[in-house]
Design a protein around this ligand. Structure first.
Ligand code: GLU
Length: 442
């Protein structure tokens, strides 16, 4: 069975780029009847926060993602200790004592000598006495993974055949001096334990994959499939970051965007598919083809999101809108919704039209004579969608006005605005009493 994971660290708010990763995983798994694991990468105790973890779960639910399983790395430290012991026993994890300053000096020296600025593996050749002496000085080791120095290859589900020359890399530090783990080892141990079949993540992890494939093998496991998708960048060209909170899902939700608009943009932007609003994740799943994602970064454009939002609202049925209308006090029923939805940027903007209906509206411009005739010609109730045309038909015959001259004074008198929903649908919502009062207002 296909098993994927989405692995954010709970150190900030998910942004639309994280949503892209989450959605690509979700759509990929669900399209194959598979499972989706949410893995909270919370080994960095200082920066991880429970409130961010909860917010991540809430943001995913808002997008329509309900993980089959949630795991926290902080609860799996025993497993990482076990893996580290195994690697140490096999001579693949070795202790090093350099300080950051020493490493920096050596790096510069190597560069000056025309050598690649990678770690020189001094730690590997330390004998037991030297280690003891360093320990007596109060130094504690950090632990590096001994790379095999080879060409690691894989067939990427987004990028096609890939390779990383691990010869060109420093042996990565897996365990810090204080015994805490960097991301690399826990990620691989979890992927093995959870039976992850496909790792789908941003292309900023391509180099990590070279190292991690070596780690999977060193731990006696077959690496999963890998897919590295292009990244979303802000309109300004900057990378998105959890730390800044820019384009966070929370802020997009609070700005009134529909989850389906955000999801459509997150998935379809920078793909070969047209960026069109899809009403739900099931219809997005049909479009998903990881190979059809572009290789270039995809630039977020708020105007595009606005457009998607509008087109979703234009098609949204009352059942879907009802709860949201109610939450802003603008649930005036299905006819109201159908009349106004074509004029909304956000569902909550329906309050504008609720207020127009409930009044008062700004006084109309002086066109008294015509409005008096209009008031006299008002048909008796009940009113329906046909009332507008019979009323304006009669007015046209009486006054000889047509087109804008006929409609605009009515629109202004009834709504106080030059633009808005079709009056054919809006008129019955106002009702005769209000309409008459607005036409006769002096
Ligand atoms: N916590 C890592 C990140 O957010 C996970 C990367 C991965 O998917 O392996 O970048």
């Amino acid at each position: 069975m296909t098993v994927v994971r989405f692995a954010p660290s709970p150190t900030g708010l998910l942004h639309i780029g994280n949503a892209r990763t989450a959605l690509l995983n979700w759509l990929f798994a669900k399209g194959r009847g598979g499972r989706f694991v949410l893995r909270l990468d919370d080994t960095d105790q200082a920066r991880s926060r429970e409130e961010y973890a909860e917010q991540i779960i809430e943001d995913l639910a808002w997008l329509g993602i309900e993980p089959d399983l949630v795991v926290r790395q902080s609860e799996r430290l025993d497993r990482y200790d076990e893996a580290a012991r195994r690697l140490r026993g096999d001579g693949r994890l070795y202790g090093c004592y350099e300080t950051p300053d020493e490493l920096e000096r050596r790096r510069k020296l190597r560069l000056a000598q025309g050598l690649p600025p990678v770690y020189d593996r001094s730690g590997l050749s330390l004998g037991p006495e030297e280690r003891e002496r360093l320990a007596e000085e109060g130094r504690r080791p950090h632990w590096r993974f001994l790379l095999r120095e080879r060409r690691v290859e894989w067939d990427d589900l987004c990028r096609g055949p890939q390779h990383v020359e691990t010869t060109a890399l420093s042996d990565p530090v897996l365990v810090r001096e204080d015994g805490t783990y960097l991301y690399t080892l826990p990620s691989v141990v979890d992927d093995i334990d959870l039976g992850i079949t496909h790792v789908i993540r941003g292309e900023d992890h391509v180099t990590n994959t070279g190292v991690q494939i070596e780690l999977f093998e060193a731990l006696g496991s077959v690496p999963p499939g890998f897919a590295h998708h292009n990244l979303l960048i802000a309109g300004s060209g900057e990378a998105l970051s959890k730390r800044t909170g820019a384009l966070s899902l929370k802020s997009l939700r609070e700005a009134g965007y529909e989850p389906a608009a955000v999801a459509s943009l997150a998935v379809l932007l920078g793909s070969a598919e047209a960026v069109e609003a899809r009403p739900d994740l099931a219809s997005l799943a049909r479009e998903l083809d990881l190979m059809r994602l572009s290789r270039a970064p995809a630039r977020f454009d708020e105007a595009e999101l606005e457009g998607l939002n509008r087109s979703l609202i234009r098609e949204m049925d009352y059942k879907t809108a009802k709860a949201r209308l109610a939450s802003v006090g603008a649930d005036l029923g299905e006819r109201f919704w159908l009349a106004v939805r074509g004029n909304l940027d956000r569902v909550r903007d329906a309050i504008i039209w609720r207020d127009v209906i409930e009044g008062p509206v700004e006084p109309p411009p002086p066109d008294r004579e015509f409005l008096d005739v209009a008031a006299r010609e008002l048909p008796p109730e009940p009113w329906d969608d046909g009332t507008w045309s019979s009323w304006t038909g009669a007015l046209k015959a009486q006054t000889g006005r047509k087109g804008k001259d006929l409609f605009m004074p009515l629109r202004l008198a009834l709504t106080g605005r030059e633009h808005g929903p079709e009056l054919r649908a809006f008129l019955p919502l106002l009702g005769r009493e209000r309409v008459e009062a607005r036409l006769r207002k002096r």
